[in-house]
Design a protein around this ligand. Structure first.
Ligand SMILES: *Cc1c(COP(=O)(O)O)cnc(C)c1O
Length: 242
C-alpha cells in the first residue's frame, strides 16, 4: 500500500476511535490504539509510526523481533521507531517465553501456569519485570487459546503467589465472532465483569481491558475497553503467513 493511502487509513481509524469514545461518553485518553502490524512489512509500520502512532501489536515472536531489529538498524527509521511501545498480542508457546519475557511493553496473552513459570524464570535470570494481561477465552471455545473464565481466578492466584516478576495489569479477549459489530458486545461485557470480580479477589487495580478489533471496536469502547487492537482497518488485508 502507498504511504499516502496508509496515512489516510490511519487518520480515518483515529477519527472513528474519537467518535466511538464520544458516543460512549468516554475520554479519548482512556482508550489506547494498538496498531496491529502482524504480517505487514516493517516499512508500513514505520509510515504509521511517523504519523504519530506509538503502540504496535505483533502476534509472532520471531517476526516481531526481526522487525524491531530491522527498524533499529535502519538510520531512516531508527529514531522514529525508538519510542515505539511493543505489544505481544499473539499466543506465546512456553518454549518461546525466554524471547518474550522482559522484551515487550505488555504481553496480552498470558493464559497458563506453564507460560507464567517459563516467563518468571527468564525474568529472575535477567533481573527484569514484565507487565501482562490474562487472555480469557470468553466464548469458552475448546480449540482456542486463553484461560477459561472459570479457571481465571486460580490462574491469577497462582501468578500472584509464584511469579512476582509478572505485573498483572488486566484482561484481554478475542471473542468467537469476528467482524460482527455489536454481536461481540456481550463478550466484551463479560470480560469487564470478570475483571471487576478479579479486582476484588486480588486487591489489584487491573486497569486494562484489551478488547476490540477492526470489525467491532466501537462496541468494545462502549463496554469499557482501554486498549483496542486494530490491524486491517489501518494496514489493509494481511498477506498470507508464510
Ligand atoms: C490480528 C489481530 C488483531 C487485529 O485484527 P483486525 O481485524 O485486523 O483489526 C487484534 N487482536 C489480535 C489478537 C489479533 O491476532
Amino acid at each position: 500500500m502507498g504511504d499516502t493511502l496508509l496515512q489516510e487509513r490511519y487518520a480515518r481509524v483515529l477519527d472513528r476511535l474519537d467518535a466511538a469514545c464520544a458516543a460512549a461518553g468516554r475520554s479519548r485518553q482512556g482508550v489506547k490504539l494498538i496498531a496491529v502490524s502482524k504480517l505487514h512489512p516493517a516499512e508500513s509500520l514505520a509510515v504509521v509510526a511517523a504519523a504519530g502512532q506509538i503502540d504496535f501489536g505483533e502476534n509472532y515472536v520471531q517476526e516481531a523481533l526481526q522487525k524491531r531489529q530491522y527498524l533499529a538498524a535502519n538510520p531512516d527509521t531508527a529514531r522514529q521507531c525508538a519510542g515505539i511501545r511493543w505489544h505481544m498480542i499473539g499466543h506465546v508457546q512456553s518454549r518461546k517465553a525466554p524471547l518474550v519475557a522482559g522484551a515487550f511493553s505488555l504481553v496480552h496473552t498470558l493464559d497458563s501456569r506453564k507460560l507464567a513459570d517459563a516467563m518468571e524464570r527468564r525474568l529472575v535470570e535477567g533481573g527484569l519485570r514484565q507487565p501482562v494481561l490474562f487472555e480469557v477465552n470468553v466464548g469458552g471455545e475448546s480449540q482456542k487459546s486463553g484461560v477459561m473464565p472459570a479457571d481465571l481466578p486460580q490462574l491469577a492466584d497462582y501468578v500472584l503467589e509464584h511469579c512476582p516478576h509478572l505485573d498483572v495489569q488486566g484482561l484481554m479477549c478475542l471473542p468467537p465472532v469476528f467482524d460482527a459489530g455489536d454481536a461481540a458486545r456481550p463478550h466484551f461485557a463479560l470480560l469487564r465483569e470478570l475483571r471487576d470480580a478479579l479486582r476484588t479477589r486480588l486487591g489489584l487495580p487491573l486497569p486494562e481491558l484489551s478488547m476490540g478489533m477492526s470489525g467491532d471496536f466501537e462496541g468494545a469502547v462502549a463496554e469499557g475497553a482501554t486498549m483496542v487492537r486494530i490491524g486491517t482497518d489501518i494496514f489493509g488485508p494481511r498477506p498470507a503467513k508464510m
